[in-house]
Write a protein that binds this ligand. Structure first.
Ligand code: KIV
Ligand code: ZN
Length: 513
């Protein structure tokens, strides 16, 4: 089996999804989990694009070991200088530089002749080589390029020192057979291809990113790029978990070993969904809530007789354990810790103590506490306690739309109360919180969903807010009361805007949030 390198770009191309902005801590948390998952390369960001990305790449390069840490650049010296600076402390740094090679991109976007593009590509690789040995070159929009021209560019950049050459289907236009043929063409026609690893990078505009990537792997690619949950520009990138599990289920088809700890897949997916605020559709392959559910009587009967009848993957292989312990108000800390361990959360004793109080409150309200409730509690655990804390909330509604909310917050050590009217209870609560904070903040998005079963289920609210300097952050909150969940989500977002990054909950000052 040849090694297939797994290049994760959740923190770069994934973050380019509409509406996602991750702060340094959020990126670092995801990077740590990607290491547990066993990816080979983490593309941490595009340092020249913003000071925030610069800092994120710098922090990940410093903190994350045993993996290649990569930064993206255009074929521009300044970008490469920034990237090299950000990667300075990395154990295994990689600069990912490149330029577009399709006629439409060269003529309309870059306004460069093909010869100038070759020149810029070679210059970029040579400049990056001054800083690091490991330089990946991307030929943007390679799938729509003239393939003879692509071969010429690749030969030149490999001669200039590129160690990896990336052949993206930037706009998700390929079909599996065509993309496979393109990779095969590269393998057979680029004279010095044995000196570089061929990488594939597909987008999902026609829903074929995973299929195209698998075709590229079969044609000989040595590295696959993608994101967790398939997040990314427009319709997203290749879902790495889908590629890994497609190979896992039928290795002999592909003849490669991705070397990923598949049992970390579910935990990684949940973390990315929670931090980005982009939920995983319930029918999503491998990581969707229904991916291993059997609803019809015929299917249930079949699975009970023999799992293989309707299940091609044992859910435990991707870290979705079968729940054997029923958690309720009678469960102790030990049972709670055991279940959290199984779900991939490892907590210190003090953190278990804090979480246990919230768990008991919830169990009193709900009876049985399901895995989804625990994920929600974990999402909420550690979201406050450094300045803003919800102490009390009451709402009265009059008529269909008008509502009045009275909110009490603990704000930087003082207890403050204010009230506001709004168009419905959530609007009233957000307005009351705005009055207490004395800020004007723009609500960009708000979603509410149930995270487990039954009418007593937890409601999980996600809000996206932006402040004057265009910083957009996501906040989350959970509660059996959906108005309270919304208030918590809003406060969580405001706490982030306020620059509160130390987000450990303090049981001594607040026993509610
Ligand atoms: O889709 C693409 O072409 C890219 C490159 C910048 C690698 O994301
Ligand atoms: Zn891309």
């Amino acid at each position: 089996m040849r090694k297939l390198y797994i290049f994760d770009t959740t923190l770069r191309d994934g973050e380019q999804s509409l509406g996602i902005t991750l702060n340094v801590k959020e990126k670092l948390d995801i990077a740590r989990q990607l290491v547990k998952l066993g990816v080979d390369v983490i593309e941490a960001g595009f340092p020249a694009s913003s000071p925030g990305d610069m800092e994120a790449v710098r922090t990940i390069a410093r903190e994350i070991k045993d993996v290649v840490v990569c930064g993206l650049t255009r074929a521009v010296e300044r970008d490469i200088d920034y990237c090299a600076e950000a990667l300075k402390a990395a154990e295994q740094p990689r600069i990912h530089t490149g330029i577009a090679v399709s006629p439409v991109h060269m003529e309309k976007k870059l306004r460069l002749a093909p010869d100038q593009v070759v020149e810029a590509a070679v210059a970029a690789v040579k400049h990056a080589k001054k800083y690091v040995h490991d330089v990946e070159f991307y030929a943007e929009d390679a799938f729509r390029s003239d393939h003879a021209f692509l071969v010429r560019v690749l030969e030149k950049v490999i001669d200039a020192g590129a160690t990896v050459v990336n052949i993206p289907d930037t706009v998700g236009y390929a079909t599996p057979w065509e993309y496979g043929e393109l990779i095969s063409h590269v393998m057979h026609n680029v004279s010095n291809i044995h000196r570089a690893v061929v990488s594939i990078h597909c987008h999902n505009d026609l829903g074929m990113a995973t299929a195209n990537s698998l075709a590229g792997i079969r044609a000989g690619a040595g590295q696959v790029e993608g994101t967790i949950n398939g997040i990314g520009e427009r319709a997203g990138n290749t879902s790495l978990e889908e590629v890994v599990m497609a190979i896992y289920t039928q290795r002999e088809r592909y003849g490669v070993d991705p070397g990923v700890y598949t049992r970390e897949i579910a935990a990684t997916s949940r973390l990315v969904a929670r931090i980005t605020g982009v939920p995983v559709p319930s029918h999503k392959a491998i990581v969707g809530a229904n991916a291993f559910m059997h609803a019809s009587g015929i299917h249930q009967d079949g699975v009970l007789k023999e799992r293989d009848t309707y299940e091609i993957i044992n859910p435990e292989v991707v870290g979705t354990p079968k729940n054997k312990i029923v958690l309720s108000a009678r469960s102790g800390r030990h049972a709670l810790r055991h279940r959290l361990d199984e779900l991939g959360y490892s907590l210190e004793n003090t953190e278990i103590d804090m979480l246990y109080q919230r768990f008991l409150q919830l169990a009193d309200q709900k009876g049985e506490v399901y895995d989804d409730d625990l994920h929600a509690l974990m999402g909420q655990n550690g979201t406050n306690g450094s300045g803003i804390c919800l102490k009390n909330l009451s709402v009265t509604t009059t008529g269909a739309a008008t509502a009045t909310a009275t909110v009490t917050l603990e704000l930087d050590g003082s207890t403050v109360t204010d009230a506001a009217c709004g168009n419905g209870p959530v609007d009233a609560v957000f307005k009351a919180i705005d009055r207490l904070m004395g800020w004007t903040i723009k609500l960009e998005d708000y979603t509410l969903k149930s995270v487990s079963r039954g009418s007593e289920a937890l409601g999980s609210a996600t809000v996206k807010v932006s402040s004057g300097d265009n910083m957009a952050v996501v906040g989350r909150g959970v509660s059996t009361d959906v108005i309270e969940a919304s208030a918590r989500a809003y406060i969580n977002a405001l706490a982030k805007v306020k620059g509160i990054t130390t987000i450990r909950q303090s049981a001594s000052t607040c026993d509610k949030c």
